[in-house]
Design a protein around this ligand. Structure first.
Ligand code: SF4
Ligand code: SF4
Length: 103
């Protein structure tokens, strides 16, 4: 494991994170009530949250880097566990991606 990955794994909490999970594909469920201007359909037909040109979900509050529709966020987002294995993995990948880009 690289030092960067180790650092990312040790880092904890959304407050120190660039809302990396909000760069993932969020597939919407029938129960989700999201305004249509925030969503799109992929070529394979999946109904998902739209992303901006930098890769983040368009519902993000880019000043605070948190969810701008928190109270009505999709069910997939509600189930995402802070500091769970997936959270740690996406953070580590993001740190490594940024380090590579800076080289
Ligand atoms: S849940 Fe994990 S990846 Fe998402 S903002 Fe919080 S720390 Fe970052
Ligand atoms: S809906 Fe909110 S929590 Fe879900 S990906 Fe978009 S900004 Fe993040």
């Amino acid at each position: 494991m690289t030092e960067l990955r180790t650092a990312a794994k040790k880092a904890s909490g959304c407050a120190t994170c660039d809302a990396v999970c909000c760069r993932l594909t969020v597939v919407l469920q029938p129960e989700d009530k999201i305004p249509s201007h925030l969503t799109t359909h992929l070529p394979n037909g999946l109904h998902v949250m739209k992303h901006d040109e930098d890769g983040w979900c368009v519902a993000i509050n880019s000043t605070r880097m948190n969810c701008g529709i928190y109270e009505s966020r999709p069910s997939v987002c509600r189930r995402f566990v802070m500091n769970g294995p997936y959270c740690k993995a996406v953070r580590a990948d993001y740190v490594e991606e940024r380090a590579s880009a800076a080289r």
